[in-house]
Design a protein around this ligand. Structure first.
Ligand code: PEP
Length: 256
């Protein structure tokens, strides 16, 4: 069993909120959570809000993450945003391999791997998302799929770089559906993920890697998820758009 870490709660706003609402949210978060030493917390606003939100949260220890980057650092990729760009406006993290990117935008494991390498090369920390579909789970392929996503996504990533990233286990069937994985089910997969990292990088490194759970997290289930020994934090989608529910999740997580 791994040592419990300071919980890491990250809110993914997806394509929601207006700039005014986002800035107001960030101000509320700053006054409620700033200097809260029991928790690591951050939000993933849409690209065009990043600079404003980074300015609001500057110096208070709340992280801002981009929701995506391209794998190339610059070039003729109309409509894309690079790791260097989001780093320059103040982001510390970036979501990579989110299931909506994998499934709606057909991102492959090798593209995800290239993005992880590019993010790390500019000191942007990837939040690397993995997770099985409902079909995978029903066909008892969960572990096979997750091992593969980890193996391909982390190809060429050194032991020294592993602690620079966060892994998020997000079962696709639980994202935005209201269905949460049972805490024990999630814990079992987290333990499996840690085992795969142990095989590749050793136990000490695997124990220190943050593994977040994501998939219909809400204030009502935050406690039972956070009390699982292998769950180090939560990646929150729908419930992170309203300050009240996101803050309740943060408050709950800070206790466990
Ligand atoms: C997510 O977007 O990463 C997510 C887990 O969404 P939700 O909490 O809405 O299921």
């Amino acid at each position: 069993m791994t040592m419990k870490k300071k919980p890491f709660i990250l809110g993914n706003w997806k394509m929601n909120l207006t700039l005014v609402e986002g800035v107001e949210f960030a101000k509320s978060l700053r006054s409620a959570v700033c200097d809260e030493s029991g928790i690591i917390c951050g939000i993933c606003p849409p690209f065009v809000f990043l600079k404003d939100i980074c300015l609001v949260l500057e110096g208070c220890g709340i992280f801002v993450a981009a929701q995506n980057i391209h794998s190339e650092k610059n070039g003729a990729y109309t409509g894309e945003i690079s790791a260097t760009m989001v780093k320059e406006v103040g982001c510390a993290y970036v979501l990579i391999g989110h299931s909506e990117r994998r499934h709606i935008f057909h991102e492959t494991d090798s593209f995800i791997n290239a993005k992880i390498k590019t993010a790390l090369s500019v000191n942007l920390k990837p939040v690397f998302c993995v997770g099985e579909t409902l079909d995978d789970r029903e066909d008892e392929r969960t572990k096979y799929v997750i091992r593969n996503q980890l193996k391909e996504g982390l190809h060429g990533i050194s032991a020294g770089q592993i602690n620079e990233l966060v892994i998020a286990y997000e079962p696709v069937w639980a994202i935005g559906t209201g269905k949460t994985a049972l805490p024990e089910q999630a814990n079992e997969v987290h333990s499996f993920i840690r085992g795969v990292i142990t095989d590749g990088y050793g136990k000490e490194i695997a124990d220190s890697v943050y593994i977040q759970y994501g998939g219909s997290v809400k204030p009502e289930n935050a406690k039972e998820l956070m009390t699982q020994p292998e769950i180090d934090g939560l990646l929150v989608g729908g419930a992170s758009i309203k300050f009240e529910s996101f803050f309740k999740i943060i408050e709950t997580a800070a206790k466990y």
